[in-house]
Design a protein around this ligand. Structure first.
Ligand SMILES: CC[C@H](C(=O)O)C(=O)SCCNC(=O)CCNC(=O)[C@H](O)C(C)(C)COP(=O)(O)OP(=O)(O)OC[C@H]1O[C@@H](n2cnc3c(N)ncnc32)[C@H](O)[C@@H]1OP(=O)(O)O
Ligand SMILES: [Co+2]
Length: 147
């Protein structure tokens, strides 16, 4: 597996409003996108864009708040009531090739590829197999990671 660009860091929060205020008022961030619901993934999402260099896009902070009883982040917030770093997401050019590689390495891939918050296919790999980090893989056609 060749590492692709770090697309975003997922940060779980019990309150999107409070976290947006923090990034805006403490960190001086511009909240470029309005929050939106992603009911298929059980989260309400708000992206915080970090500065890039030389006109390139930086990495994003993906703020996620539980949406619905079945949200996959309720358990995380039960253990981490203030929220915190939840996952890291890397880009790959081909989601199916990447998924096959993780499976071939014996990693626990969580579910089939599905459309994520950026409107492209994603899947997750269990933190127990990824050095303690819940890892999201996201397809960005043409991204740099060659497979
Ligand atoms: C997809 C939309 C958007 C996008 O970017 O496009 C998102 O990123 S949405 C993000 C929310 N969706 C998900 O997180 C889906 C994938 N997550 C899962 O399937 C579960 O959360 C899972 C399997 C990682 C954990 O399930 P659950 O919380 O029910 O299990 P446990 O609480 O028993 O945890 C098992 C074990 O793993 C540790 N754990 C859980 N979550 C994390 C985490 N985020 N980072 C690191 N470690 C985590 C937990 O502490 C347990 O460890 P143990 O030592 O056994 O106590
Ligand atoms: Co994510």
């Amino acid at each position: 597996m060749k590492l692709g660009r770090l697309n975003h860091v997922g940060v779980a929060t019990p309150s999107l409003a409070a976290s947006i205020a923090y990034y805006r008022d403490v960190m001086g961030a511009t909240i470029a996108h309005a929050p939106f619901d992603l009911p298929t993934q059980g989260v309400k999402v708000c992206f915080v864009d970090t500065p890039g260099e030389g006109g390139t896009a930086g990495t994003q902070i993906e703020l996620i708040e539980p949406l619905g009883e079945a949200s996959p982040i309720h358990a995380f917030l039960a253990k981490n009531p203030a929220g915190g770093q939840h996952h890291m997401c890397y880009e790959v050019p081909d989601i199916h090739a990447a998924r096959a590689e993780f499976l071939a390495m014996g990693k626990k891939v969580l579910g089939e590829p599905r459309i994520g918050a950026h409107g492209t296919l994603i899947f997750f790999v269990h933190p127990k197999d990824m050095n303690g980090i819940l890892t999201e893989i996201m397809e960005v056609p043409g991204s740099g990671a060659a497979h």
